[in-house]
Design a protein around this ligand. Structure first.
Ligand code: GDP
Ligand code: GDP
Length: 472
């Protein structure tokens, strides 16, 4: 079912940039009538397989500084009125301004789903700006970079949950085509008492019909096509590659032990899809895109070659994007010194990406069909941890113990004090820490907390995020 998204916000926050990114160059603008009564642009747009009509309210001038001109207010109201879901953008580098507050108030009044988008969030530079936005009372902000195309996978998730709130099923047309009854295996959690956390489904995304979004990436010749063919196989394909084909990515729906899985943009699928064309290898851009759309990323390595710089770069990107990672060490049949190969891989990871300590490494031979049945359980486990929630009271108990063990440093004679904290979201687990001098807390100390938390709550290989906020 097609739905309508409106992009609103004050001038200069990046509305056009986001519009262009979602609409894509090749899609014509279907309603662009400048100078007449409507100042807005419309187009069909998509994020991966999610397609929608898009309304942009960009191009409206600001009136007196900090105020909302009548025309801007009217246009925005009309866009919200027409939309099923509204994306409200603000500039996280600037933080929340008076004008943003005007827009915020308008949206709260509208009583329709709003997704607050913290734009210009490339890198991790603007944590403060993201936090401030809670004051708008529009829920969790989604950090985005319209310009760099970052954060789209999170936006995708938020849109799907918002649609669910208002009873729109964006996959309705797919079900008609492929039939119902693919239900997610619910029994994904750890054994009772195994881990110290509980799993929640705070955004309603863990439901039966949402496929787990998986990407298999790696350098050319690592064996991705061989793996996908062995894993998915013609007989287990629910849809042909063409069915999931969207502008930028190729997706294929597949089912593993009753669990729907959507595989993203891989060289292997691409080859199946265009069997007559010259075989092409996945480009770096393809890889990065696949990482963004995925929830879990399998990084495939050629066991004979071991891990190389390019592999580490992909792994780093996965961590940076906050995705769950599983490493597949392929061609195990051809590896001579297995112990040494594993040791080298672990050393390289520890040295370059300590956050990935304990990440699951599955050794397989795609060619010989060996070990492949261990891949999906590893994926599922990584996915569960990525969804982990640590309740506030054990988290604070842990925090005070950990702070005591190794107190935060003093800066200019003042001791940095972290008073308390809480997990504010999952996917990946994200925490806020309330601190007397949030800007002075050294990164190295945050990394210390991160590593301790990962170890103490048994979350190996999962990216964890910390934000510091002023609070005493
Ligand atoms: P609009 O007035 O809200 O439509 O904003 P525009 O899309 O015209 O963007 C305003 C300015 O912000 C332009 O210079 C964009 O290049 C810049 N911009 C948009 N998105 C981003 C982003 O994600 N990061 C950064 N750093 N700049 C951005
Ligand atoms: P892709 O570029 O990552 O899709 O890699 P391919 O699946 O095309 O595989 C590249 C080469 O590695 C092919 O010649 C495969 O037969 C070979 N290959 C794939 N998996 C294995 C494996 O488990 N063992 C060995 N020895 N060779 C493999």
């Amino acid at each position: 079912m097609t739905f309508t998204l409106a992009i609103v916000g004050r001038p200069n926050v990046g509305k056009s940039t986001l519009f262009n990114r979602l609409a894509g160059k090749r899609l014509a603008i279907v309603d662009d009538t400048p100078g007449v009564t409507r100042d807005r642009r419309e187009a069909m747009g998509n994020i991966s397989d999610l397609e929608f009509r898009l309304i942009d309210t960009a191009g409206l001038e600001e009136g007196a500084p900090g105020t909302l001109s009548d025309r801007m207010r009217k246009q925005t109201e009309a866009a919200i009125e027409d939309a099923d879901v509204t994306l409200m953008l603000y500039d996280a580098r600037v933080g929340v301004t008076t004008m943003d507050e005007h827009f915020g108030a308008m949206l709260r009044r509208a009583k329709k789903p709003v997704i607050l988008c913290a734009n210009k969030c490339e890198g991790r530079a603007v944590q403060e700006g993201v936090f401030e936005a809670y004051t708008l009372g529009l829920g969790d902000p989604v950090p985005l970079s319209a310009e760099h195309g970052e954060g789209l996978a999170d936006l995708y998730q938020f849109i799907v949950s918002a649609l669910k709130e208002i009873g729109i099923d964006p996959y309705a047309h797919e079900e008609e085509e492929y039939g119902k009854g693919q239900s997610r295996n619910e029994d994904t959690g750890p054994e009772e008492g195994d881990l110290n956390y509980e799993f929640v489904d705070e955004e309603g995304q863990n439901d039966d019909e949402r496929p787990l979004r998986l990407a298999i990436v790696g350098r050319p010749n690592a064996g991705k096509s061989t793996l996908i063919n062995a894993l998915v196989g013609e007989d287990r394909l629910i849809t042909g590659p063409e069915a999931g084909l969207t502008r930028d990515s190729i997706a294929v729906d597949w089912e593993w032990e009753g669990m729907p899985v959507r595989l993203f943009d891989t060289a292997g699928l691409r080859r199946q899809a265009r069997i007559t064309e010259k075989l092409e290898k996945m480009s770096v851009a393809d890889t990065m895109r696949a990482v963004q759309f995925a929830e879990v990323v399998c990084l495939m390595l050629d066991g004979e070659l071991g891990i190389e710089k390019q592999d580490l770069k992909i792994a780093e990107k996965v961590v940076k994007e906050g995705r769950a990672l599983v490493i597949i060490l392929n061609k195990w049949d051809a590896v001579k010194d297995r112990l040494d190969t594993q040791r080298q891989l672990k050393d390289a990871l520890t040295k370059s990406l300590p956050q990935l300590k304990g990440v699951q490494i599955v050794t397989v031979s795609a060619l010989m069909d060996k070990g492949l049945d261990r891949i999906m359980p590893a994926v599922e486990e990584a996915y569960s941890m990525w969804n982990a929630r640590i309740p506030t009271s054990p988290f604070n108990k842990w925090l005070s113990d950990t702070l005591e063990k190794h107190p935060a440093p003093s800066v200019a004679g003042r001791r940095i004090k972290i008073r308390y904290g809480a997990q504010i979201k999952t996917r990946p687990p994200t925490f806020s820490l309330f601190c007397n001098m949030p800007d002075d807390l050294p990164d190295s100390y945050v990394r210390y907390l991160e590593n301790e938390l990962r170890r103490d709550f048994n979350l190996p290989g999962v990216p964890l995020r910390f934000y510091t906020r002023k609070g005493s």
